[in-house]
Design a protein around this ligand. Structure first.
Ligand code: PLP
Length: 451
């Protein structure tokens, strides 16, 4: 089938996520044919640096033959059994994750970040009921956070444009503020405590948060925030769920995001970098005290009554194990920290552009907040960010941005390249962004704004 036929079929049959299809024929989604390292290639000689690792998931970079070999071997030996039985890759991966976390825990496997969070919510509610706190069903989440597309995970997502049109969502989710050091939204630990008190601590099962809000705008909290949150959760008997779907597996320069702040969660969710996107896989990790509340007699309904057909898939877990081996063998966590610092230093060059308000991040998770001007900090219009992203692509670099998040805060460009990013690739990333900013945004005294 030639290129034109494939595009026509795409436009006739595929329903793409997050895209308006009317008018798509003018700029159909790029059809990527192969990928290697940090680069994506189309069938016509086009090449793009993948500055967001797909959807921030291809941590070890594209095109690893080693992972393909592992998948092939595992598929030939044992392609599938459900996790009501057992198999070696799932056993070894669970034990590896527990070893990496450094505290006793249990691993429940599923297929996506959304599912991992759904499992966490159900575990939290059932845990509270089984320790005698049946009235604790509410989940506190944060404005601007993202936890997934399924109804429960969406109910925990504090991004109005993701929720609009799908409401009413699942009852029992309430929201509090997330720190935004650039905009200083106030004392967010205090806000969390007040939220719990306002709802009534005896009604709250858990608090969920991303260690660093990713898609909502790369919001890095102040260093005392997570320790403060841990203390508040303990004070009120609220489980702390950390969504490490993006921040896990080296992305922020530590193996897991929470390790920057020396606290451990009661429940943690993992996906994306766990298998670097080579296979779909996710995990919900519970501390032993949570798991222990599910012990009981056969038939008394104290066990976790939840199953995902493909959760813990032999091929996905085998690939994840090797993926983690690669992350460790190649020192990619330290490399993400080091390249993150180098990339951040190179990006400082962009700070002279009048529409660049803030450049922030940790490791290779970086946000560039675009504003009307440094003084008003008025967010730049989403259409202008779209133009910058499109211009970057014309310069051979794919970057991300806040998309359909919070209407008044969709103004952050997002970088999350593979952790294998080289120095020259970092230079290419920065020069494309610089060119795009100066081409698409006026640099005179009256920069274009939301109006
Ligand atoms: C922090 C976070 N949690 C959960 C999810 C949902 O993961 P998935 O798309 O695999 O369901 C995402 C997806 O981007 C995410 O960024």
């Amino acid at each position: 089938m030639d290129d034109r036929e494939l595009i026509d079929l795409d436009l006739a049959c595929l329903w793409h996520p997050m895209l308006q299809h009317r008018g798509l024929a003018a700029t159909p989604p790029r059809r990527i044919e192969r990928a290697s390292g940090s680069f994506l290639y189309d069938a016509n000689g086009g090449r793009w640096l993948d500055g967001v690792s797909g959807l921030w998931c291809v941590n070890v970079g594209h095109g690893r033959e080693e992972l393909a070999d592992v998948a092939r071997e595992q598929m030939a030996r044992l392609a599938y059994v459900p996790m009501t039985l057992s198999h070696e890759p799932a056993i070894r991966l669970a034990s590896k994750l527990v070893e990496m976390l450094g505290y006793p825990g249990r691993v429940y496997f599923s297929n996506s970040g959304s599912e991992a969070n759904e499992a966490a919510f159900k575990i939290a509610r059932q845990y509270q009921a089984q320790i005698g706190k049946a009235g604790r069903f509410k989940i506190v989440a944060r404005n601007r956070g993202y936890h997934g597309a399924t109804m429960g995970a969406l109910s925990a997502t504090g991004q109005a444009e993701r929720r609009f049109g799908y409401e009413p969502l699942v009852p029992g989710f309430v929201f509090t503020e997330a720190p935004d050091p650039y905009r200083e939204v106030g004392d967010c630990e205090d806000a969390l405590e007040k939220t719990i008190l306002r709802e009534g601590p005896d009604t709250v099962a858990a608090f969920i948060m991303e260690p660093i809000i990713a898609g909502g705008g790369v919001l890095v909290p102040p260093d005392d925030y997570l320790p403060g949150v841990r203390e508040i959760c303990d004070r009120y008997g609220v489980l702390l769920i950390l969504d490490e779907v993006v921040t896990g597996f080296g992305r922020t320069g530590r193996m897991f995001g929470h390790q920057h702040w020396g606290v451990t969660p009661d429940l943690m969710t993992l996906a994306k970098g766990i298998a670097s996107g080579y296979m779909p896989l996710a995990a919900t990790v519970a501390k032993s005290k949570v798991f222990d509340a599910f012990q009981g007699a056969t038939g008394d309904l104290r066990h976790f009554r939840h199953i995902n057909t493909y959760g813990g898939h032999p091929v996905a877990t085998a690939v994840a194990l090797r993926n983690i081996e690669i992350i460790e063998r190649e020192g990619l966590v330290a490399r993400a920290a080091e390249m993150g610092r180098a990339l951040m230093a190179k990006l400082q060059h962009l700070a002279r552009h009048p529409n660049v308000g803030d450049i922030r991040g940790k490791g290779l998770l970086i946000g560039i907040e675009l504003v009307a001007d440094g003084e008003s900090r008025q967010p730049l219009a989403p259409a202008l960010l779209g133009a910058v992203v499109a211009s970057c692509a014309r310069h051979g670099v794919i970057i991300g941005r806040t998309t359909n998040a919070t209407p008044d805060r969709s103004n952050v460009l997002i970088l999350a390249p593979p952790l294998t990013l080289g120095n020259e690739e970092a230079d290419l990333l920065v020069s494309a962004i610089e060119a795009a900013l100066f081409e698409e945004l006026s640099t005179d005294d009256s920069p274009r704004t939301t109006g």
